[in-house]
Ligand binder design. Structure first.
Ligand SMILES: *[C@@H]1O[C@H](CO)[C@@H](O)[C@H](O)[C@H]1NC(C)=O
Ligand SMILES: *[C@@H]1O[C@H](CO)[C@@H](O)[C@H](O)[C@H]1NC(C)=O
Ligand SMILES: *[C@@H]1O[C@H](CO)[C@@H](O)[C@H](O)[C@H]1NC(C)=O
Ligand SMILES: *[C@@H]1O[C@H](CO)[C@@H](O)[C@H](O)[C@H]1NC(C)=O
Length: 496
């Protein structure tokens, strides 16, 4: 497996591999000055559509993927469909301005057939108990036949749709207060789709997700394995590891999920490996990069999801513990507060740590701090007593209001002042090591010059270079060029 593909690079690679084994061996016990300088292999084993949008190109009817959120305006009432009370009741067509109760979230059954979730998470469905006559309701907590609809678009460029219910009839806004499934479907291409047709709705997409769930369910069970295998084989290749090791990096952080780690067998190119569980069962943050289906965050709500996750860690640890390149296991990426409570997380982290230690006492174990409201040292009581433990903090200068109006200089000052203070707060002499496990030289500044970017990157390298475990750039390759460390290095924006 190690040298299965003999290419022109193989000699070089095997030499660096041998070196690595030697280096790893001494690092394991003595070198306290070693610092991880890593890059994440984002969008590879865990799909993120914004990193490589073309991965989604071949999906039929790709506007309606799992997690897509849309609103529907009746052409006859001129009002929006709404789940009364946000769910648990009837559907009406009387709202003037759309918001959360007027938003429907897609579960895709196949390219034509969908289940639609409302704000309180019930599914749109026929009122099979007949409580509201032929009305449409949102009461089912899990979808069945009565909750499965066909969405028929006028054509692929049109925003006009009709929705065919499981009884074969079309939904119609009969009045502003009554939405029913009793409009004859007839020939949906011939009726004109006009403004007097109560079965016609105009849709507007207000949210999209492009993650692992969306891409695999979008292609479906026959096509997805083929598309994904091709992606894994081509998105990251042997030469990338050569590039990484020749450009001042020493480690890769590999976002992983349960199923497709077989790819990692090949990662033996003189570069250390951090395995990072990015997508836990049920999703620990509701984002596409944790493979959430529809934005829900279910992880940790049941003991079962916790146990499954410990099993995944145990599997990864047992499989890779003996690899000389394995440097660390990160138990869970970006658990989000308040959905994941600190007590739940600590319970899982302890069990995950023990699972890793059953297979290796050398590998570091990385504990990602929660995002959202939290205390930066909240994991210390747990982690302090655990050998070779690391706290991971993610430092982006983008996603919160703090950064919306900052100038170039303010951004740079923020790194030197505020990030230094933040990092100092979690860096203690007898506590866990610290890891800036995600950062990027991108910001909200418009039209910054190359020199601005260089200064911004330099500031971050300087400050995050003081993290006692090290840092990792997000990510190696990305169509958004500043998010691609490869592009930043090749174009002289970042030099390590
Ligand atoms: C919409 O219709 C429902 C059901 O009749 C009613 O309870 C609600 O007040 C109406 N909302 C608006 C904004 O008209
Ligand atoms: C529906 O109507 C269109 C336009 O009149 C016609 O071309 C098409 O063949 C009809 N389809 C069916 C299934 O009757
Ligand atoms: C950054 O730190 C400075 C100095 O402590 C403080 O005045 C400022 O409010 C902080 N900036 C932000 C955006 O938190
Ligand atoms: C950025 O550059 C574009 C194209 O040159 C220009 O249209 C835009 O106004 C600039 N934006 C700012 C904030 O300077």
């Amino acid at each position: 497996m190690l040298f299965s593909s003999i290419s022109s690079n193989t000699w070089l690679l095997s030499i660096s591999l041998l070196l690595c084994i030697a280096i790893c061996a001494c690092n394991a016990s003595v070198d306290p000055n070693f610092r991880v300088r890593a890059v994440a292999l984002g969008g590879w084993l865990v799909t993120e559509g914004w990193i490589k949008p073309s991965l989604f190109d071949g999906i039929p009817n790709k506007d309606f993927l799992d997690g897509t959120q849309f609103q529907l305006k009746s052409v006859t009432t001129g009002k929006y469909l709404s789940a009364e009370f946000g769910g648990g009741s009837i559907i009406v067509a009387n709202r003037t301005s759309p918001s959360s109760w007027e938003t429907f979230t897609v579960w895709r059954v196949n390219e034509k057939t969908f289940q639609l979730r409302v704000f309180q998470k019930q599914f749109l469905g026929l009122d099979v108990n007949g409580k509201v006559g032929k009305g449409i309701v949102a009461v089912a907590s899990s979808p069945g036949v009565s909750e499965t609809f066909e969405i028929v678009r006028k054509n692929s460029n049109s925003r006009r749709v009709r929705i065919k219910a499981p009884n074969g009839m079309l939904l119609q806004a009969k009045t502003k207060e009554l939405v029913t499934a009793d409009y004859p479907a007839g020939n949906t291409t011939s009726t004109g789709w006009g403004v007097h047709d109560p079965s016609v709705f105009v849709f507007k997409i207000v949210g999209k997700m492009m993650g692992e769930f969306q891409v695999t369910n979008g292609y479906g069970p026959l096509k997805a394995p083929q598309v994904m295998r091709e992606h894994w084989k081509t998105f990251i290749v042997e030469n990338d590891f050569k590039f990484i090791s020749e450009n001042g990096l020493n480690t890769v952080r590999i976002p992983s999920l349960k199923s497709n780690h077989q790819k990692m067998i090949k990662l033996e190119y003189g570069v250390k490996v951090i395995i990072d569980l990015h997508a836990a069962p049920g999703s620990q943050n509701g984002w596409e990069h944790s493979a959430s289906r529809d934005g829900s965050q279910e992880w940790g709500k049941t003991d079962e999801s916790m146990k499954q996750t410990v099993d995944v860690i145990e599997f990864l640890a047992s499989r890779y513990a003996k690899h000389p390149s394995l440097y660390a296991v990160e138990l869970l990426n970006e658990p989000l507060s308040p959905g994941v409570s600190v007590d739940t997380l600590k319970k899982f982290y302890k069990a995950g740590y023990d699972a890793v230690r059953r297979h290796t006492d050398k590998a570091f174990v990385i504990f990602s701090n929660r995002l959202g409201p939290m205390k930066p040292r909240e994991l210390f009581p747990l982690v302090r007593g655990l050998k070779r433990s690391v706290i991971d903090v993610h430092y982006y200068s983008i996603f919160t209001d703090d950064f919306s109006k900052m100038t170039v200089q303010q951004n740079i000052d923020y790194i030197y002042t505020n990030r230094t203070a933040e990092l100092n707060r979690v860096t203690t002499s007898n506590g866990p090591l610290t890891f800036v496990g995600e950062w990027v030289a991108e910001w909200n500044v418009k039209n910054a010059t190359k020199e601005d970017y260089q200064r911004f990157a330099k500031a971050q390298l300087e400050v995050y270079g003081r993290a006692t475990f090290g840092w990792s750039y997000w990510t190696l390759r990305n169509v958004q060029k500043h998010w691609s460390l490869e592009w930043m290095i090749k174009n002289g924006y970042i030099k390590l």
